[in-house]
Design a protein around this ligand. Structure first.
Ligand code: ADP
Ligand code: MG
Length: 599
């Protein structure tokens, strides 16, 4: 050990610099803090100027309340804030700031100029260098505040070295700007970088306007509105239809009481909400606003307030899951005025008879072409007819409560099947490729899930009860879940050791062997193990639906395809199979026109 050293309290300047290390990570953090202050000051308009990725200048102008001279001087002191008064206030924070650290921290690592004016006072200008006040004077200016931050980190060479390229810092600033613009859609905002106007957003609008302004009108078409409320939690915003998804989470904007934030429970809930409609490695785009009493949220977890904690995480989680599920099940807008109604099938209003007419539908032309003529006699039907009969039977009782409102299109014309697999169709908006296996999976999944949760699974007794011998692990799982197996329509009992007797199966799965099903369900049980409840059931039913669905190599008759299209259109989530693979790939006429150079 070394010799004893004296302990001393650090000078304020050093303390501020240390704190600055936490609050001011990079130029984008300065922008964030200054904009938050402007929002807290009630500004309706905020203009941001950036020069050289924020190294040279970051300026934020607002038309908020402004400050008088005393407050302006205080605002630069550490732990000086107007937003909380004592400890209790930390329990219910409704402003973005409250730590009273940002301005002091920013000032300590830059050359700062603050000009401000409140309605009851004259204007003030304060100039500081590395946190030391250089000059204070009275000036004339309109009500509001301007903070100019120059030469960030000029006195912290170590930090300066860590700044990334101009592009990177600029990117962070833009991303931060987008987040703040989404958080406050009514705010007029501009971002000017090196004399270019990067964003100019009119104020006064709502979230929809803001998304349209920043992401484009087309993008908005792929979003569903979220609107859900429990007694304690409100969840609003927009989320993408399953077809619009990404490999990363970069377009997930989540706000808690209008503060951009992350909390693992929130991303988990979004994930869960999309369970069975999105593949595991894909992520939706979300703009979610979670609102709850500030007392239920702890924002004082992180100096930059990036993270929050909830007093009742499960309540928030369940609300977000329910909100997402509800939004995804909401129907697509009905298309009216379809000009091509004459040829082709129409997605039914229940009870209306459908017919495919005029097949083949394409004009013949003089190069070798695929034979679209397609009928039962030509097609070797390997598809298990019983399944469709079953499906028909089910429809009888199911159809009343389902409507075609969620159908992806209103009109469609089946042109044939290619590669012995994909179904090609024309709809009013373009061309659709359908994967019949994935589609059938979706249809079976929803029907079966509906039957199970409604306690109405039809069972079919096996002529010869099957004895199934499982491996010890699988057997253990099955034994633990006998109740569940009965619930989902299996007549199953133990036969000693690791053997089971199956004497009845859900009628959806006639033709599928009990051995395969049991083993599959056992492994699905393991996968879903931790989650329990509804989720476990979904996993299992997705698994069996996959086994029972028509196989990729099955040749389908035209009637079967038609029926499948109709059935799919009536599901709640027609665009993906329960495992999240797409059922339909759509190419719009617009897109085709573009590809063919037709403008
Ligand atoms: P905090 O935001 O956590 O209170 P800051 O250091 O960011 O801490 O700001 C300190 C105080 O300065 C704020 O509480 C507020 O009273 C005042 N202030 C800062 N920026 C502005 C602004 N743009 N308009 C009006 N007042 C401001
Ligand atoms: Mg602040």
């Amino acid at each position: 050990m070394g010799s004893e050293t004296d302990i001393r309290v650090l000078p304020l300047k050093v303390v501020n610099k240390i704190a600055a290390g936490e609050v001011v990570e990079r130029p984008a953090s300065v922008v964030k803090e200054l904009v938050e202050n402007a929002i807290d000051a009630g500004a309706s308009r905020i203009d941001i100027e950036i020069v050289n990725g924020g190294r040279k200048l970051i300026a934020v102008h607002d038309n908020g309340s402004g400050m008088n001279k005393d407050n302006a001087l205080l605002s630069l002191e550490r732990h000086a804030t107007s937003k909380i008064k004592d400890v209790d206030d930390i329990e219910k924070i409704a402003t973005l700031g409250f730590r009273g650290e940002a301005l002091a921290a920013i000032a300590s690592v830059s050359r700062l100029r603050l000009t401000t004016c409140s309605s009851g006072s004259g204007g003030t200008e304060i100039i500081t260098t590395g946190g030391t006040i250089q000059d204070v004077r009275d000036i004339g200016r309109p009500v509001g505040t301007t903070v100019e931050v120059r030469d960030l980190f000029f006195n912290v060479p170590a930090r300066k070295k860590f700044l990334r390229s101009y592009q990177t810092e600029q990117g962070h600033i833009r991303t931060g700007f987008i987040v703040q613009a989404l958080a406050c859609p009514a705010l007029g905002m501009t971002l000017k970088t090196d004399d270019n106007l990067t964003y100019s957003l009119a104020g006064g609008g709502n979230l929809e306007d803001r998304i349209r302004d920043m992401f484009g009108a087309d993008y908005l078409l792929s979003l569903k509105q979220v609107d859900y409320q429990t007694s304690n939690v409100k969840v609003e915003g927009y989320i993408s239809v399953p077809g619009l998804n990404r490999a990363d989470r970069n377009e997930q904007y989540v706000f808690v009481n209008d503060r951009s934030t992350s909390a693992s429970v929130l991303s988990f809930a979004v994930r869960e909400g999309y369970h069975t409609v999105l593949a595991k490695d894909r992520h939706p785009c979300v703009f979610l606003f979670v609102k709850t009493n500030p007392e239920n949220v702890d924002v004082n977890v992180h100096p930059t307030k990036k993270e929050v904690r909830f007093r009742e995480p499960s309540e928030i989680r369940d609300a977000v899951i329910a909100a997402v599920r509800k939004a995804l099940a909401v129907s697509a807008p009905a298309m009216d005025d379809i000009s091509k109604k004459e040829a082709g099938i129409r997605i039914p209003v229940p009870g209306v008879q459908l017919k495919i007419e005029n097949l083949p539908v394409t004009r013949s032309f003089k190069c070798p072409r695929v034979d679209f003529a397609f009928n039962e006699s030509q097609a070797k039907v390997r598809h298990d007819d019983r399944k469709l009969e079953q499906v028909e039977k089910e429809k009888g009782c199911e159809q009343e409560k389902k409507t075609a409102s969620s159908s992806p299109w209103e009109f469609c014309r089946v042109l044939g099947q290619i590669g012995n697999l994909y179904v090609v169709m024309e709809t009013e908006d373009g061309m659709v490729l359908m994967d019949p296996h994935a589609s059938h999976e979706r249809v079976l999944f929803e029907r079966y899930m509906g039957a199970v949760t409604g306690g109405k699974v039809e069972m079919q007794n096996l002529l010869l009860p099957e004895t199934v011998e499982l491996g010890p692990k699988d057997a253990l799982r099955v034994r633990k879940s006998m109740g569940l197996f009965r619930k989902i329509g299996f007549g199953i009992s133990e036969f000693g050791g690791d053997a089971f007797v199956v004497d009845a199966m859900p009628s959806y799965f006639s033709g599928v062997s009990a051995v395969t099903l049991l083993a599959d369900i056992a492994s699905a049980l393991e996968e879903a193990g931790q989650r329990g409840g509804e989720r476990q059931l979904e996993e299992i039913i997705a698994q069996v639906a996959c086994k029972a669905a028509v196989k990729a190599q099955d040749k389908l008759s035209l009637q079967e395809i038609e029926q499948l299209v109709i059935d799919l259109a009536q599901t709640e989530m027609p665009y993906t199979c329960p495992h999240g693979r797409p059922t339909l790939i759509f190419t719009s006429f617009q897109e085709l026109n573009k590809k063919f150079g037709r403008g």
